[in-house]
Design a binder for this molecule. Structure first.
Ligand code: DGL
Length: 274
């Protein structure tokens, strides 16, 4: 019988913790390993090649630590690296292991959310350029109009703890106004970067009434719970024990201090390299 291992959760830095906290609340019985590549963040402004290579390194690291299932809790990695990893690397590296992303669970559920049929997306430049969201959304809902807005400064603001105040408001308002000027019929906006839920109060401040913001965490958590139910052979390889281990590629003290905002509770991390 194959040995079971923790479920891996990966992000370029802190953002994936907004997804991980929801996953850990939804399926608390499993062991989890969180890896933040803080030394090489942000991914959102990097090339396809760089994001793919970094993400593949991270997946290998998680597999080396015994993970049989890994979640890329990063839209940029999901957009730019997931498909190649699933189709090219996994069959060679570890055919019986699985890697999931965060884009598909959200796009699958979108049709029931928008009444106007016009959806907005805030995401990193990399995710927007990949066009992964419109491509995935149109597989399920070909008639939905999708308008994307890249917000390259939001991740650095969040990573530096600038979660409110006049400077942050300026950069949030600029992108909200740009998006809505391009399509005033938008009634649903996806926060297509795992960092952005930390700005949701500021974003909401500049939205006209009636527009809903969609955060990924609860949707991805529900989707993972459903996946484990539908795939008992993978579920059997995911260890139950309630453990949570955190690793960062940068300074762990720094990580723990800032990670608490994203995770909603204390975090104690270790440094790793890959
Ligand atoms: N949190 C990542 C995402 O969901 C982006 C952060 C970064 O640019 O590294 O896209």
């Amino acid at each position: 019988m194959r040995e079971s291992g923790p479920i891996g959760v990966f992000d370029s830095g802190y953002g994936g913790l907004t997804v991980f906290r929801e996953i850990a609340a939804r399926v608390p019985e499993y062991d989890f390993l969180y890896l933040g590549d803080n030394a090489r963040t942000p991914y959102g402004t990097r090339s396809f090649e760089a994001v793919y290579l970094y993400t593949r390194d991270a997946v290998r690291w998680l597999f080396d630590r015994g993970c049989r299932l890994a979640v890329l809790a990063c839209n940029t990695a999901s957009a730019k690296a997931l498909r190649t990893i699933q189709q090219k690397d996994l069959p060679v590296l570890a055919p019986e292991r699985r890697v999931l992303g965060v884009i598909r669970p959200v796009t699958e559920r979108l049709g029931g959310l928008s009444r106007s049929g016009h959806v907005g997306l805030f995401a990193t430049t990399g995710t927007v350029r990949s066009e992964s969201y419109p491509i995935e959304i149109h597989k399920f809902f070909p008639d939905l109009v999708v308008v994307s807005e890249a917000c390259p400064l939001w991740v650095p603001l969040i990573e530096n703890g600038e979660l409110d105040g006049p400077g942050t408001e300026h950069f949030v308002r600029r992108h909200v106004d740009c998006l809505l000027a391009r399509d005033p019929e938008i009634d649903t906006i996806i926060l297509g970067c795992t960092h952005y839920p930390l700005l949701s109060d500021v974003i909401a401040r500049f939205l006209p009434p009636g527009i809903q913001l969609v955060s990924q965490g609860p949707i991805v958590a529900e989707s993972l719970a459903d996946y484990l139910l539908r795939h008992p052979e993978i579920d059997a390889l995911c260890r139950r024990g309630g453990g949570r281990d955190f690793f960062t590629t940068d300074d762990p003290e720094d990580f723990d201090r800032r990670a608490a905002h994203f995770y909603g509770g204390p975090v104690c991390s270790e440094k790793t390299d890959f």
